[in-house]
Design a protein around this ligand. Sequence first.
Ligand SMILES: Nc1ncnc2c1ncn2[C@@H]1O[C@H](COP(=O)(O)OP(=O)(O)OP(=O)(O)O)[C@@H](O)[C@H]1O
Length: 266
Amino acid sequence: MLELNKVRLVHNQGTSTEVVALHDLSLKVDTGQFVTVVGANGAGKSSMIQVISGAARPTSGTVRIGGADVTLRPDFGRARQVARVFDDPRAGTAPELSIEENLALAMSRGRRRRLRFAVTRSRRSVMREHLKQLGLGLEERLSAPVALLSAGQRQSLTMIMAGLTQPDVLLLDEHLAALDPGTAQRVLALTVDLSAELSCTSVMITHNMEQAISVGDRLLVMGRGRVIADISGAEKASLTVPGLVSRITEAGAEASDRMMLSPRSG
Ligand SMILES: Nc1ncnc2c1ncn2[C@@H]1O[C@H](COP(=O)(O)OP(=O)(O)OP(=O)(O)O)[C@@H](O)[C@H]1O
């Protein structure tokens, strides 16, 4: 279970550029649930991912993963619980290291430092099995530097690395945005399979409305730091792209109205 309780996040607090990115956001996501998140630019989607991953510490409120309060635990202290995949395919891998060294890093995340890059025979065979599933031939290029891979190959590798850490929570921050439509479709299928295989809690931010509707068990619409709509079941199944777009537009307008009425909460 992932639980956010009245999480408030203020960027640049006390300065002229202060922004309230999350307004007392409360959310419970069951273990194994796959949630897609949509919202206008600046709605607070990435900020929510940051407080879950530990990249940002909430100004107030709590974050719990599997019942444990992790609010004050920094991102490196959550590395075994939370895996995060970014929109930039270059962000999740070390370019100067080979494919097998990157995978070894993922396999030993959170373990003692001297074991981190160890590429043992047994590890190599596990790596080959995982890479074969991608159908990209990467299992034959284990010693190739990751810098030589295409964006789609790198993001596929990042997904495999995320899976190897066996996280409780998988965070996907527009991770398909830089990929061509065919590659995005393949990486999306890999994401869904991996999430089911790991039975982890998955949170996927996307600006692709079709993906938001068709993937996952639950869809959150965010607007100005709040969850404005929480859609699942039959309601989600019957959503259309124009219908979802108007929910997002309404969300922005509603939040603006609230700000006008109560400037201190905005
Ligand atoms: N590091 C930061 N410093 C100051 N303000 C920030 C920072 N990060 C985000 N913000 C602000 O917080 C608000 C929420 O931003 P956030 O990136 O969470 O939105 P988002 O929904 O992910 O947007 P997008 O779809 O454009 O990626 C915005 O007003 C943004 O300008």
